[in-house]
Design a protein. Structure first.
Length: 194
C-alpha cells in the first residue's frame, strides 16, 4: 500500500512540475500567433502560424527590421505582426515617391514588395519618442501600420515579442530570418501554380 501511495504522490508531483513548466513557457517565453491577411507578404502569408519569442526583449532592445507582435488596440487577444523600421528618437518621413527617410537619409532596405503609394502620417516628418517604434508591413500598399491612426506608433511596453519561427504551413516550417526566406517562398508558390 505504501508503494502505491508513493507512486501516486510521485506521479502527482511530476504532473505539477510539467504543468508549471508549461504555464511558464506559454505565458512568459513563447506565444503562438496566426497571421491574418497579406500585409507581411512575401515573408509571411495569410494563415501562417508563427511563434513569438517573448524573452529576447527582456535582455536587449528591439532592432531595426525585427518582425514583432503587438496587440491590436480595438480587439482583445488579437495581435499585429509588423517589421520595425524606425527606432526611438529617430526622425521618420516617407516622401511622395515612397522613399523612407530616417534622420533625413534614405533608408536602404529590401523588405517592401513595392514603392509606398500612400505615406499617411509619415508624409510629415515625425521624431519618435524615446519609447516609440515605427512599423510597416512588408506588403506596403496592403498594410495597416504606423502610417495610419488605427495602428500609430508602437510603444516599447506594447511589444509582445519577436516573431522567430513559422510552425504552419508544414511546407514552410522554419526560422524566420530575412527577406531571402520570403523571396524563396514567393518563388516556390509561383512554381506550385504553374
Amino acid at each position: 500500500m505504501k508503494a502505491i501511495f508513493k507512486d501516486v504522490v510521485s506521479l502527482c508531483f511530476y504532473l505539477v512540475i510539467v504543468m508549471g513548466c508549461t504555464y511558464v513557457f506559454v505565458n512568459y517565453a513563447v506565444q503562438r500567433t496566426e497571421i491574418e491577411g497579406d500585409s507581411m507578404q512575401t515573408m509571411l502569408s495569410d494563415r501562417d502560424q508563427v511563434l513569438v519569442d517573448k524573452l529576447t526583449y527582456r535582455f536587449r532592445e528591439p532592432q531595426r527590421y525585427d518582425i514583432i507582435a503587438f496587440p491590436y488596440r480595438y480587439e482583445q487577444d488579437t495581435f499585429y505582426v509588423k517589421r520595425i523600421i524606425g527606432l526611438p528618437g529617430e526622425k521618420i518621413r516617407i516622401d511622395a515617391q515612397g522613399t523612407i527617410f530616417i534622420n533625413d537619409e534614405a533608408l536602404e532596405e529590401h523588405y517592401g514588395t513595392e514603392a509606398i503609394s500612400h505615406p499617411g502620417f509619415a508624409s510629415v516628418p515625425k521624431i519618435l519618442a524615446e519609447d516609440e517604434y515605427f512599423v510597416l508591413g512588408d506588403n506596403r500598399n496592403n498594410s495597416e501600420d504606423s502610417r495610419f491612426a488605427s495602428v500609430g506608433y508602437v510603444r516599447r511596453s506594447e511589444i509582445v515579442g519577436k516573431v522567430f519561427f513559422r510552425i504552419y504551413p508544414f511546407s514552410s516550417i522554419g526560422f524566420i530570418t530575412d527577406a531571402g526566406d520570403g523571396e524563396n517562398r514567393k518563388n516556390a508558390k509561383k512554381g506550385e501554380k504553374e
